[in-house]
Write a protein that binds this ligand. Structure first.
Ligand code: FAD
Length: 465
């Protein structure tokens, strides 16, 4: 029967999570996905890039190991094999989610939704082959890479983040337009694999949404790795020649590169005809209330489509929130909604070294709370970091002076992306500095740097001058 209580459109981390959670709650839901489950995250985003980050880090580490007495001669990267490994990782995860759906018997329709029609009761979902009825809709159609003005992808020389994941040969040089998270991650991967990399960023800093000290430190470390960085610079023209691309910059300089990655942001995807209703939007992103409800009471939107902190774990948390709301609305069970505080969602940048951050930056905390205390501890004074030969970076904590509550944690360093979960727990459980000072961090671990940064907020770090 083609009648469901809820239709989820899009099977990325937002949509596929919604499908599973609704089924766990005994709600009759169907998921529509035009490609494969997993969306951008599993197929063309988080997972394939992190497989490449692993390969690039490993290659770098092998090359840097001579000081520890390990000599590996003739180290080289077989890029074709590396890309095959990345494809295998993606296949394993995507087929894993597909298997979950099969075993759980969650209805999945692998077709593109082309139209949604409002009926006197509920909605009709239309694909090229069939029509389906539902009472509620969750839109989770995601986002795609943005082009601006004369800056367009061609898939050969000027690449999107998706195109670059299909390369089969390492370019000799790569110019990255846009120094945000995605641009910096690819710059870092390709530099480690031996490609000459430059980054052109319009703003004064790379990863400019991060705490200023972190952005500045990333920039220093990338320059140390011989990545050329042009900030406060715009690409005014892209000139294509047979074997190279010439970028004309606003500072009158030019950059030549074999390939260009353009990562200047992402825009929402929702190529569906709405019949009998409209959705309100802001800059193309669908606007939602705190329960992820659109201006139509029975239509929710989640994930990148809403333009809120565009991360996979944001999308999946929003999916769980909507499922909670629907459990209450359809079954009268559960607590109903819970609130998502977007600034307390952890953010990770998988550069070398990586960045993990949660809560407010120093600048934001000062603006919001006035007086703050901060603590900082360098990995160069941490035993485990020295023993592992990975001493770059630091941990920084931001504390509201009046309440002693921890309001932000920012880490740059080799395991920053794993360690930030500690800050996330501290902030989300409203821990204050007095409570945190009683915590014991195992020795020797990188997490001791978190403990020392907390102590440093009171000038009491043991291993700091
Ligand atoms: C290179 C890159 C690296 C990234 N790395 C990270 C990372 O390390 N960590 C992180 O948290 N985030 C990362 N992200 C962001 C993350 O991928 C997104 O935030 C996440 O995928 C958003 O999930 P979503 O469910 O909103 O949408 P999407 O993942 O975009 O999924 C939307 C799905 O909807 C389907 N769809 C669209 N329209 C229709 C239709 N009409 N009918 C049927 N199906 C449709 C699409 O095929 C797609 O599968 C990265 C992104 C990129 C590009």
């Amino acid at each position: 029967m083609n009648k469901f209580e809820v239709a989820v459109i899009g099977g990325g981390p937002g949509g596929y999570t919604a499908g599973i959670r609704l089924q766990q709650y005994g709600i009759n839901a169907v998921v529509f996905e035009k490609a494969r489950l997993g969306g951008v995250c599993l197929n063309w985003g988080c997972i394939p890039t992190k497989a490449l980050v692993k390969i690039a880090d490993l290659y770098q580490e092998v090359k840097d190991r001579e000081q520890s007495g390990i000599f590996i001669s003739d180290t080289k990267v077989d890029f074709q094999a590396a890309m095959n490994y990345k494809d295998e990782v993606v296949e394993k995860l995507v087929s894993g989610i597909e298997y979950l759906y099969k075993r759980k018997e969650i209805p999945l329709i692998q077709k593109e939704v082309i139209e949604i029609r409002r009926e006197s009761e509920g909605y009709t979902i239309i694909t090229s082959e069939s029509e389906y009825k539902c009472d509620y809709i969750i839109l989770a159609t995601g986002s795609k890479p943005k082009e601006i003005g004369n800056l367009k992808f061609d898939g050969q020389q000027v690449l999107s983040s998706r195109d670059i994941l299909s390369l089969r040969e390492l370019p000799e040089s790569l110019a990255v337009i846009g120094g945000g998270v995605i641009g910096c991650e690819f710059a870092s991967i390709y530099q480690q694999l031996g490609v000459k990399v430059s980054i052109i960023e319009f703003l004064p800093d790379l990863v400019s949404m991060e705490d200023n000290e972190i952005s500045k430190r990333l920039q220093i470390m990338m320059k140390k790795r011989k990545i050329k960085i042009f900030t406060k610079t715009k690409v005014v023209e892209i000139e294509k020649q047979d074997d190279k691309v010439i970028l004309h910059l606003s500072n009158d300089k030019t950059i030549e590169a074999e390939k260009v990655l353009m990562s200047i942001g992402r825009e929402p995807v929702c190529e569906i005809k709405f019949n009998g209703f409209e959705l309100s939007r802001e800059k193309g992103f669908v606007t939602v209330d705190p329960e992820m409800r659109t201006n139509n009471k029975r239509i929710f939107a989640i994930g990148d489509l809403t333009g809120k902190l565009m991360l996979a774990h944001t999308a999946s948390k929003q999916a769980m929130l909507v499922a909670e709301v629907l459990k209450q609305e359809l079954r009268g069970e559960g607590e109903g909604s819970f609130s998502i505080n977007y600034s307390d969602i952890p953010r990770c940048t998988f550069t070398s070294p990586g960045i993990g951050s949660v809560g407010l930056t120093e600048e934001e905390a000062k603006e919001k709370y006035g007086e703050i205390e901060k603590g900082k501890f360098m990995f160069s004074a941490n035993g485990k970091a020295i023993a592992s030969g990975s001493t770059e970076g630091f941990v920084k904590v931001i504390i509201e002076k009046k309440t002693g509550l921890i309001r932000g944690m920012h880490i740059i360093g080799t395991e920053a992306v794993e360690m930030i979960a500690e800050g996330s727990i501290m902030i989300n459980l409203s821990a204050d500095i007095d409570k945190l000072k009683t915590l014991v961090f195992a020795h020797p671990t990188l997490s001791e740097a978190v403990g020392e940064a907390l102590e440093d907020s009171e000038g009491l770090a043991i291993h700091k001058m």
